[in-house]
Design a protein around this ligand. Structure first.
Ligand SMILES: Cc1cc2nc3c(=O)[nH]c(=O)nc-3n(C[C@H](O)[C@H](O)[C@H](O)COP(=O)(O)OP(=O)(O)OC[C@H]3O[C@@H](n4cnc5c(N)ncnc54)[C@H](O)[C@@H]3O)c2cc1C
Length: 341
């Protein structure tokens, strides 16, 4: 154990294609509040091969940055990452370790907590401190209650938080911090996995969590091929395509487009729900939408209860007509126009 790190609050930075992913800064905003309440330093841990400069992490609130550098960490191999993070956690003994509920964060933290034998609260939407312990708040029972979870006995207290659940702090380029270079043990880098390649997802528009306009489809779209209509509308509106879990489970849309409790939380200016009933688990992910439009054949569908505008009718009739109308009138809204409104 190195006393220098004992009791710190740690956040896990993520690297994508050689650059720090924005969730790394969101986590520092969460971590800053927790570290200040506990009166301890805040550190960001960056595993990777040739990780990027730490200055931006200091600017966004880190007091310390641990760079764990090795060619074996070039690609995200969950067992190698977890092995290195387990060694670091045992050596420096942080009291709190926060990661993002991204695919990387969820994967590595679930292996790490099992190796360390401590607790993990997944998918938190709020973090605070009570009686010197991390209070981890997350939706439970289908999103109907908010559960407060504490881990009094094991260290570190570990959790993942939803991406986009907090804005990064305003960067202060004059902030400086301590840089610690950590050399991973070769034995901990051993992996049963082989990196084959990376295929970027082919999709219309931005990732849904960043989109200003979301055109989302549910089981009422009837068939996978009808999602092509949603893509066309999304292109015309400068938006992205979302989906209900039912549509994702049917293979009509990728999981990355799922909105809801077990999908993504989104905050667009405009959310158009086509053939989505409005189950509570779906609504849990779209509560941040500014304006909601719903199209459904059932006038009693719960989605109408949260909509600003509703159309009772078949998506398969209304959607082609809307697309035709937008094309005829050339009312194409370039991406970014809504963002600048
Ligand atoms: C633990 C848990 C987590 C979950 N997480 C999520 C989640 O993250 N996201 C999520 O979405 N769900 C989630 N669910 C599932 C959720 O409960 C619903 O089953 C799901 O949202 C239903 O999807 P849907 O609205 O597409 O389908 P349905 O509920 O089957 O609704 C289809 C709708 O389409 C309408 N319709 C039918 N034909 C047409 C037509 N031609 N034109 C227009 N409308 C039409 C129908 O009237 C109906 O309202 C979760 C469930 C559980 C238990």
């Amino acid at each position: 154990m190195k006393a220098g790190g004992r009791g710190e609050v740690w956040t896990l930075a993520e690297i994508r294609e050689g650059r720090l992913h924005p969730v790394s800064y969101e986590l520092l905003a969460w971590g800053r509040g927790v570290a200040d309440a506990l009166g301890v330093p805040l550190a960001s841990v960056v595993p990777g091969d040739n990780p990027p400069d730490a200055a931006s992490l200091f600017a966004h609130g880190a007091d310390k940055v641990y760079l764990a550098e090795d060619p074996g960490l070039k690609h995200f191999l969950v067992d190698a990452y977890a092995g290195v993070l387990a060694d670091m956690t045992e050596e420096y003994e942080p009291q709190v370790f926060i990661a993002s509920a991204t695919t990387q964060g969820r994967s590595v933290m679930s292996v790490l907590y099992a190796r360390l034998g401590c607790g993990l609260t997944a998918d938190c939407t709020d973090l605070s401190v009570r009686d010197g312990l991390l209070l981890q708040t997350r939706p439970a029972i289908g999103g109907n209650v908010m559960a407060d979870i504490m881990t009094p006995e094991r260290r570190p207290q570990m959790c993942t938080v939803r991406p986009k659940s907090k804005r990064p702090l305003t960067p202060d380029p004059s902030r400086k911090g301590e840089l610690v270079r950590y050399t991973p043990k070769k034995s901990s880098l051993a992996s049963a996995l082989t990196f084959l390649g990376f295929d970027p997802e082919l999709r219309v528009g931005l990732p849904i969590q960043d989109a200003e306009v979301i055109v989302a489809g549910g089981k009422g779209m009837k068939e996978a091929k009808n999602f092509a209509l949603l893509e066309e509308l999304a292109r015309l509106l400068g938006g992205s395509v979302g989906a209900s879990r039912a549509a994702v489970d049917l293979g009509w849309a990728p999981h990355s487009s799922q909105v809801g409790l077990s999908g993504k939380s989104v905050t667009p200016r405009l959310y158009i729900a086509w053939g989505i009933s409005g189950a509570v688990q779906h609504l849990a992910g779209m509560g941040g939408a500014e304006t909601v439009v719903a199209v459904n054949i059932d006038p009693n569908a719960p989605i109408f209860g949260v909509s600003d505008f509703g159309v009772v009718g078949s998506a398969l009739e209304v959607l082609p007509r809307l697309i035709d109308d937008l094309k005829k009138n050339k009312r194409h809204i370039p991406a970014g126009r809504l963002a600048g409104r």
